[in-house]
Design a protein around this ligand. Structure first.
Ligand code: ADP
Length: 262
């Protein structure tokens, strides 16, 4: 059941009552689950043949001396594209499971931020980007540590990927009463307002990302949004072209929010 409530007020602003709407969303939830299961099964079935293709190409390319030069080049193109296809299929199966498998509990977000920045350190080092955290420890939220860890990894790796060298990525926290906010700010290429309003749509990529040949399928942020909304939370993007971007997650601090779907 999904619930929504609105207060009723008289002209002078006094509370006179409330309207509560209960909607039966069983059919919608079942249809979504069937769709997600199909995507998850299909992408799972694609993974084994793709892994076999990649494994065999890798073996052939291990012995470059035995190959004519033009065959090596062509096989490298096949290898690159098979790897892209595998990454796409993995992202698609993540899209399916992100919506369904959210198991929130009392979780310290500060340690998730530390883990996420730790695993991004190598990538940031290569790109000459400094990582920083301004997060009090502990920072409790009602969150699934695996899923929110995945969301943070997506945001931090995007912040690095879409920033030129010499930049800085900062994760900040803004604790509230019933909500906790975490933001990931970069000093990178940024986006126009029109682009940032579409950034959570599946397969959307900016022209700047495409023309700079930065690898990506345009699925990471749609998965991130599904994860956050699966917690009853929200995610927003503020960005300025050429100046950088800030993505802000809002999560319930303690227990499911009142508008949570059951
Ligand atoms: P991917 O990075 O694989 O393309 P995402 O869904 O993570 O997919 O991001 C969608 C698009 O949003 C990216 O292709 C890029 O154009 C833009 N984008 C995401 N994060 C940033 C960022 N921090 N700075 C600038 N552009 C970004």
């Amino acid at each position: 059941v999904s619930t929504a409530a609105r207060p009723l007020r008289s002209e002078d602003g006094r509370l006179t009552g409330a309207v509560v709407v209960y909607s039966d969303v069983t059919g919608w939830v079942e249809a979504l689950a069937a769709h997600q299961e199909l995507v998850s099964n299909v992408s799972h079935e694609f993974k084994s043949p793709l892994n076999s293709i990649i494994g065999n190409i890798d073996l052939v390319l291990d012995d470059v001396a035995a190959l004519p030069p033009h065959a090596t080049q062509r096989l490298e193109v096949v290898q690159r594209n098979s790897e892209r296809l595998l990454a796409l299929v993995s992202d698609l199966s993540a899209t399916a499971s992100a919506a369904l498998n959210v198991h929130p509990k009392r979780t310290d977000l500060a340690s998730l931020v530390e883990t996420s920045l730790g695993s991004a350190q190598a990538l940031a080092g290569q790109a000459n980007i400094e990582l920083a955290a301004e997060v009090p420890s502990p920072l409790w939220a009602y969150a699934d540590p695996l899923r929110i860890g995945q969301a943070l990894d997506n945001l931090v790796s995007n912040a690095i990927k879409y920033s030129p060298g010499g930049g800085r990525v900062t994760v900040r926290a803004l604790p509230g009463n019933r909500w906790v906010q975490l933001s990931v700010t970069d000093t990178g290429m940024g986006m126009s307002e029109a682009e940032s309003s579409r950034v959570f749509q599946r397969f959307f990529r900016t022209d700047a990302a495409r023309s700079a040949s930065i690898a990506g399928a345009g699925l990471g942020l749609s998965i991130t949004r599904m994860i956050v909304e699966g917690h009853g939370g929200t995610i927003t993007c503020e960005s300025a072209k050429g100046r950088g971007s800030t993505f802000t997650l809002t999560l319930p601090a303690d227990g499911p929010p009142s508008s949570f779907q059951v």
